[in-house]
Design a binder for this molecule. Structure first.
Ligand SMILES: Cc1cc2nc3c(=O)[nH]c(=O)nc-3n(C[C@H](O)[C@H](O)[C@H](O)COP(=O)(O)O)c2cc1C
Length: 219
């Protein structure tokens, strides 16, 4: 066995031990946790005058970053807009109906995806898979968008898990946001997510969801 094999085996054993430890401690989330994350969680349209600290943003990042992506490619790139100056840059690029609420949110995350995520594969994956994407920009973009979108969803769930509320938005000018916030990079904007403590008086009535049999099949 080479040193490399030995290190790989040890890392796998450690991973297995950690999974077993979590399984011993937690069978599944309780009803309160499921309510907080999904069942009673709502999309927010107004925000209380209560800030979100940089520490909270770091905590949020440290949770969301663990969500899985294909080959661990991690294409999401995030800008947390928190300052009045930052919000003013964003304001004209938003759909009219999204302006006021975004300006009143303590934070608006711009969730972007790097179409050249593959430059980091040698670090993020078990081997350098950059060759699969480098000369195939359409494939790279599909992968970046798919996995970057998943990461946006992880961000929403991580925020809810930390007791924050979210207001995701796609009503904005993507090209203009790319120019304003991602100029000179290979990052494109996907969607925005306001973060803070939602004003419950601004929440809409809950919309319908499909029942299992309408959209699911078990084959
Ligand atoms: C990716 C995404 C984009 C959205 N874009 C907007 C938007 O631009 N403006 C808006 O008011 N709501 C937007 N929404 C909010 C949805 O309409 C809302 O999440 C959905 O109706 C479910 O609401 P609920 O979580 O309160 O049940 C968006 C949601 C998502 C996930």
């Amino acid at each position: 066995m080479t040193d490399q094999d030995d290190a790989t085996r040890k890392a796998a054993d450690l991973a297995a031990a950690r999974i077993e430890d979590v399984r011993r401690r937690i069978g599944q989330l309780d009803d309160d946790a499921l309510d907080l994350l999904f069942r009673e969680a709502r999309t927010h349209n107004g925000w209380l005058d209560k800030g979100v600290s940089e520490d909270q943003l770091h905590q949020l990042y440290d949770i969301m970053k663990m969500g899985p992506t294909s080959m661990n490619m991690w294409p999401a790139r995030l800008i947390f807009v928190t300052t009045p100056e930052g919000k003013e840059r964003l304001k004209p690029l938003l759909m009219e109906g999204n302006r006021e609420k975004t300006m009143s949110a303590p934070v608006c995350a711009i969730i972007g995806y790097d179409v050249e995520f593959w430059r980091h594969m040698h670090r993020l994956f078990i081997r350098d898979t950059s060759g699969m994407f480098k000369d195939n920009p359409a494939h790279a973009e599909t992968q970046a968008f798919r996995n970057g979108t998943l990461q946006g969803a992880y961000l929403i769930l991580a925020a809810r898990a930390l007791g924050l509320d979210c207001g995701p938005m796609s009503g904005f000018d993507n090209a203009a946001v790319d120019k304003e916030f991602f100029a000179g990079t290979t990052v494109k904007s996907n969607f925005l997510c306001a973060l803070g403590y939602g004003d419950t008086s601004k929440v809409f009535g809950r919309l319908d969801r499909f029942a299992f049999d309408e959209v699911c099949q078990i084959v």
